[in-house]
Design a binder for this molecule. Structure first.
Ligand code: GLA
Length: 409
């Protein structure tokens, strides 16, 4: 490995493990980050707006293609699981024994289904995006695999396309009907910025966060509640949103209403009482959340952090009361964070039903937050939360490859 003089320590550890296992340095080294969503939850699959940032927790893959081009067996070693799996590129199915490799198999399966070629390889993988925490460890994994094979095979797939393929892997191979947000931000994130993404057109705009300059810390707190029941509840929410679209399109007599994105808050309020109450609540969340995203981005643009924080709090209330995807742990955590002196804003992040909150705090209050809020949380719930300051990072990248070493990447 000659392309990089010094690698970040985690990447170096993956390279070292590769050498120890396969006897030579890897030819390819790629990374793809997890994400935190600042605002815009459950809006992506409604054709709406989201505002996530890629974070400094990521999946790293070191790999070398098999010397024999006819060899179709992939070998992969996980640093976390300290386990190996081997599978054939011609038989990509989910595995009960090694489900941790399913995201790789899923991505390779979708890749080949597009008639893109893949060569077998030996790989070492290591991820530090917490799993089941709402920080998109699976999107990071899929996008990392896509980034690897794209570089290895010189396929030239653009990042947006790669994100769509990764989403397809999640939808078709893993069976989770997620929207595009997680894979998109993992592929296209920007350092020190969040992306305003229009999930219908896939247009995106980086909005600088300037956290250091503003003396603000982006704090992720794991509630200690591992996400449960998320897949079935998630798919159920999607169906309820589709039902709301059908009913609203009929009431508004508008056949151009294809998603909740197409309904304004005023139109919704005028017809809300004609919808079944549950469906109305789901729609109210999505329609108001889309407005909060756009308003929040405007707030940041004019330096109104307090305004952005108020929208985060409103977003949480809407997810809790109307969309009903929060849980007691997340609610208590947000309530305590909101009451903590200096807090700018806080809300649950990701699909919900456990996982993490995201908060904006004055940087010099983070230690006090850790001491006071986390202990108050433990006292109230008996749960142990963990919090850390995260940085907004760039999306997926190739850290090293023959092309890079030749100055071509
Ligand atoms: C999960 C999905 C995303 C999005 C969020 C909720 O993270 O993967 O597509 O729907 O939930 O905002």
């Amino acid at each position: 490995m000659t392309g990089q003089a010094t690698l970040p320590p985690r990447a170096q550890a993956v390279v070292d493990a590769f050498v120890a296992r396969y006897g030579a340095p890897p030819e390819y080294l790629v990374r793809a980050p997890g994400r935190v969503n600042l605002i815009g939850e459950h809006t992506d699959y409604n054709g709406g707006f989201v505002f996530p940032a890629a974070i400094d927790r990521e999946m790293i893959i070191a790999a070398t293609p098999k010397a024999d081009r006819l060899d179709r067996e992939v070998r992969v070693w996980s640093l976390e699981y300290e386990a190996e799996d081997r599978f054939s590129l011609d038989q990509l199915v989910r595995s009960e024994e090694h489900p941790w490799v399913d995201y790789m198999r899923g991505m390779l399966s979708i890749w080949q289904a597009c008639a893109f070629k893949v060569r077998a390889f030996d790989a070492v993988i290591a991820g530090n995006v917490p799993q089941g925490a709402g920080l998109s460890s699976s999107a990071a994994y899929e996008v990392a695999v896509g980034t690897l094979v794209n570089e290895m095979m010189a396929t030239g797939v653009a990042p947006k396309q790669l994100a769509l393929l990764a989403q397809k892997a999640e939808n078709r191979f893993i069976g989770v009907q997620c929207g595009i947000m997680d894979q998109f931000i993992s592929a296209l994130g920007r350092a020190d910025a969040a992306l305003l993404i229009d999930c219908r057109s896939l247009a995106a705009r980086p909005v600088p966060l300037r956290l250091a300059e503003r003396g603000v810390a982006l704090v992720i707190t794991h509630s200690g509640v591992r996400r449960g029941l998320v897949d079935s509840a998630y798919n159920e929410r999607r169906a309820q949103c589709e039902e709301a679209v059908r009913l609203l399109a009929a009431r508004l007599k508008r056949d151009d209403v294809k998603a909740l994105r197409d309904v304004s808050l005023d139109d919704f309020l005028a017809h809300e009482r004609h919808l079944p109450p549950l469906v109305a609540r789901r729609a109210r969340h999505v329609i108001s959340e889309n407005e909060r995203v756009l308003e929040g981005v405007e707030c940041l643009g004019r330096g109104d952090l307090a305004g952005f924080g108020r929208l985060m709090i409103a977003s949480h209330a809407s997810l809790r009361d109307d969309f009903e995807v929060s849980c007691e742990g997340l609610d208590v955590l947000v309530e305590l964070t909101q009451a903590f002196a200096g807090t700018i804003g806080a809300r649950m992040t990701g699909a919900g039903f456990g996982g993490c909150t995201v908060a904006l705090l004055p940087a010099d209050r983070v230690d006090a937050y850790q001491a006071e809020v986390l202990s108050a949380y433990h006292a109230r719930t008996g749960l142990t939360a963990t919090a850390w300051v995260c940085q907004a990072t760039a999306g997926a990248s190739v850290l090293d490859s023959p092309m890079k070493r030749a100055g071509l990447g």
